[in-house]
Design a protein around this ligand. Structure first.
Ligand code: B12
Length: 225
């Protein structure tokens, strides 16, 4: 399988951008049937399509309604893709540690956060998903309660990403900062921002997030042994 996969990935991306649900879902099905890896469908076609939908919104060509339709289409496709993604996971069976994850206060974007959560589960992490619009206090309570190895935060808005800093300072205040590794992500975040707010890691997408969380859990093993 080589470049012959590109046309179907391109059709998936375009159908999502054009909000053509029927063409989109059937192209996803067709790709799956012909053996295209689910992760390529999600990351090389669907995620790119969502970025384009965002750009169309930004320039005023699409409105909130179109973003809602696109999100709904994405979720419908995920219900078919998720079981396949789980099977494609590199190392199910190994318990790698616990992660508490959520989208920060003021922010209801959950597609990327949920994708990160499910790929972490598939890779062997126990994941506690706090959902969206999670206040700093609730993140910190969850760290106290679940004692995770890793706290993962998502933000999709430039106006909400600062809430990650709030969570990290609250962890410090409660004396919990050195008990947990913090990873952040989401479209407006960058490695520089992660460093600035005092997070331990940043990842561009769910595939990288799994790699970084594996590294973080190893670094904790060293720290505690
Ligand atoms: C779908 C969508 C929505 C949907 C969300 C539905 C849902 N259930 O999630 C709805 C319609 C509700 C929505 C609402 C709004 N949205 Co919106 N939305 C989008 C859109 C088009 C796609 C997001 C998405 O799902 N992408 C697909 C997933 C797979 O990708 P992802 O989220 O980026 O996640 C990946 C990585 O970022 C990373 N990641 C994500 N989280 C984490 C966490 C960790 C720990 C790690 C390591 C990695 C990681 O891994 C993920 C998987 O690979 C984006 C465009 C964009 N470029 O992101 C705009 C976008 C984020 N939205 C935007 C805006 C402005 C809004 C609204 C304010 C619009 C309005 N006027 O009301 C509201 C805000 C609502 C709120 N309070 O949160 C802007 C934000 C601009 C900015 N810079 O702040 C964007 C960028 C669009 C744009 N270009 O203008 N939106």
């Amino acid at each position: 399988m080589g470049n012959d996969v590109e046309p179907v990935l391109d059709r998936i991306r375009r159908a999502l951008v054009e909000l053509d649900e029927e063409a989109f879902l059937s192209a996803v099905e067709e790709a799956l049937q012909s053996g295209v890896p689910a992760r390529r469908i999600v990351f090389e076609a669907m995620s790119k399509g969502m970025e384009e939908v965002g750009k169309l919104f930004e320039v005023g060509e699409y409105f909130l309604a179109e973003m809602i339709i696109a999100a709904d289409m994405f979720k419908k496709a995920m219900s078919k893709l998720q079981p396949v993604l789980d099977k494609e996971a590199p190392s199910s069976g190994t318990v790698r540690g616990k992660v508490v994850i959520g989208t920060v206060e003021g922010d209801v974007h959950d597609i990327g956060k949920s994708l990160v959560a499910s790929m972490l589960r598939a890779a062997g992490f126990e994941v506690v998903d706090l959902g969206v619009d999670v206040p700093a206090e609730r993140f910190v309570e969850a760290v106290e309660k679940h004692r995770p190895h890793i706290l993962a935060m998502s933000a999709l808005l430039t106006t909400t990403m600062k809430n990650m800093e709030k969570v990290i300072s609250l962890l410090e205040k409660r004396g919990l900062r050195d008990k947990v590794r913090v990873i952040i992500g989401g479209a407006p975040t960058t490695p520089e921002f992660a460093e600035k707010v005092g997070a331990d890691a940043w990842a561009r997408n769910a595939i990288e997030a799994v790699k970084k969380c594996i590294e973080l859990s190893k670094s904790l093993d060293h720290a505690t042994s």
